[in-house]
Design a protein around this ligand. Structure first.
Ligand code: NAD
Length: 282
């Protein structure tokens, strides 16, 4: 049976350290504040916003939510971003995904001041990520690396296979893992014969959002399995990996829930604090 990669426990541990860091900053009159722009009423977004707010409050970070109507016009969104870019007390800005159809997300992201870009999605920060001189990292990728590091799972020379090529998970994770000398393959919906690749993985990350996608016959015995997927099946949250079947063959495996999820939220808070420090020249 693979050892559990306990994301919740690590998130709690890191939160304790971050809380102290925030308390120290506050003594110097530096207050981490980040703003989330939520457009419309996506039910999952509401849950994520609540989770973030709880975590932020526990650490001493202020989170402000700007709730915009589902039919908000692009021009007003850009004006709000301009206002937050200019506000000195704001250290981080993020747009909660998904956004309604009329919103041009790329244009909106391009508008965020890279120094306040907590999600690392502005073109210059994405460029820095691939160039290896980034000052902010996307939360999920950062959280996964923290988890592997905590369990002393090295990346150098390892075959890493990532299922999913999104801008928020698959691509940035590939960039950060390449930086640590892994050999990375990214698979996606058009990849033919997934298991041909997954069977070669020392570390397999699944971020597809498809329950039951990864089965025991797709993995190499002793592989490390990181399940990013969040799928709601019959009122229950499950990942992409068939845990019962895969765990006995893995050396390490993340549970869902309690694996990558808590670390994503924790990592986001760490990015806010990092940007706060940077914005104050610390
Ligand atoms: P997305 O829909 O933007 O991207 C999914 C990717 O998976 C795409 O590149 C697609 O090509 C690929 N894919 C989907 N089905 C596939 C299949 N059958 N075979 C091969 N590739 C396939 O999603 P996303 O925003 O990257 O999120 C992915 C999953 O991770 C979702 O379940 C999401 O809820 C979850 N997620 C979890 C966390 C966390 O903290 N645990 C953070 C972000 C996203």
């Amino acid at each position: 049976m693979g050892q559990i990669l306990d994301g919740q426990q690590l998130a709690n541990l890191r939160a304790c350290n971050l809380k102290k860091e925030v308390a120290d900053l506050k003594k110097q009159d530096i207050k981490p504040l980040f703003c989330v722009i939520n457009i419309g009423n996506d039910p999952s977004s509401k849950i994520y916003l609540r989770t973030k707010k709880r975590r932020a409050e526990a650490i001493g970070i202020e989170q402000r939510v700007y709730q915009l109507p589902v039919d908000e016009k692009q021009v007003y969104l850009l004006a709000l971003i301009d206002q937050l870019n200019a506000a000195e007390e704001v250290n981080g800005i993020m747009i909660q995904l998904p956004v309604p159809e009329q919103i041009n997300l790329s244009e909106a992201l391009d508008h965020i001041n890279p120094e306040k870009d907590v999600d690392c999605l502005t073109p210059s920060n994405v460029g820095r990520l691939w160039r290896g001189d980034h000052f902010v990292e996307p939360a999920t990728a950062h959280g996964i690396l923290a988890l592997l590091q905590h369990y002393q799972i090295g990346l150098r020379g390892k075959n890493v296979v990532i299922i999913g090529r999104s801008s928020i998970v698959g691509k940035p994770l590939a960039a950060l893992m390449l930086e640590q000398d892994a050999t990375v393959s990214i698979l996606h919906l058009k990849t033919q014969n997934l298991s041909e690749y997954t069977k070669r993985a020392d570390i397999l990350v699944s971020a597809a959002g498809q329950a039951g996608l990864v089965t025991a016959n797709m993995i190499k015995p002793g592989a490390v399995i990181v399940d990013v997927g969040i799928n709601r099946i019959a009122g229950k949250i499950v990942g992409d990996v068939d845990f019962a079947e895969v765990a006995p063959q893995a050396s390490y495996i993340t549970p869902v829930p309690g694996g990558v999820g808590p670390l994503t939220v924790e990592s986001l808070m760490e990015q806010v604090v990092k940007l706060t420090r940077r914005n104050h020249g610390r």
